[in-house]
Write a protein of this length. Sequence first.
Length: 259
Amino acid sequence: MTLNNQNELVLKAKAVLESLESGNPKAITNYIHPDQYVQHNLALSNGRAAMLGALDHLKEIGTKVSIKRILADGDYVALHSEYDFFGPKIGFDIFRFENGLIVEHWDNLQDRVEKTPSHHTMIDGPVMIKDIDKTDANKVVVKSYVENILLGKNPDLLTSYFAGDQYIQHSPHVADGLSGLGAALQGLKEKNIEFQYTQVHQVIGQGDFVLTASEGLFDGEPTAFYDLFRVEDGKIAEHWDVIEAILPVEKRKNSNSRF
């Protein structure tokens, strides 16, 4: 895919997301496939018509969308955004394109936490993408980390993914550094809160940023984990995440998979 084509997809995805604030249906009408749009947000009905039908209500309740980061990887565009939607939230959205039109959408939303142990916010930090030539290598590093450490295939490799204790953390309940990560995990263990990744479904990267979408369990509930990593010189340097419980079957508005 050429850079111009990729930039075009980015602009389309951005316009669709911003329409949730403006209420203008033009981007949804122009850039989402009329018949083949698959919605993986289980709280929403399937198809483009459902999205168009929600615009007036979203505008009425004062929905705000502020996009902070955008990654483009082949036919996929991922956006990291700050929302005001029934309160302040942080979200990731992933769109998949076919022939220039959006045919699939996944997302994860979490209430914004204002005070964090790291003193960083859930959304601040670098936004400019660097090291485009290292995209594939960085995706390999992150996928390996998620599988070996978060899925538990080889936890002894933990320190190999980091440059000492240099690790900037935006997860709302975790302090900076590997030491902060260790303390948070120990705290969950002491409270008997189960925290387990079971499968990584998507790895989307551009330059030094790589986003993974995984499923697992948090405190016994099926959960979607979206993790954004910034990789520097082959080591994980920074992390943002959004964690959301997966709706039970009886509350779902479509029959698509969560992932």
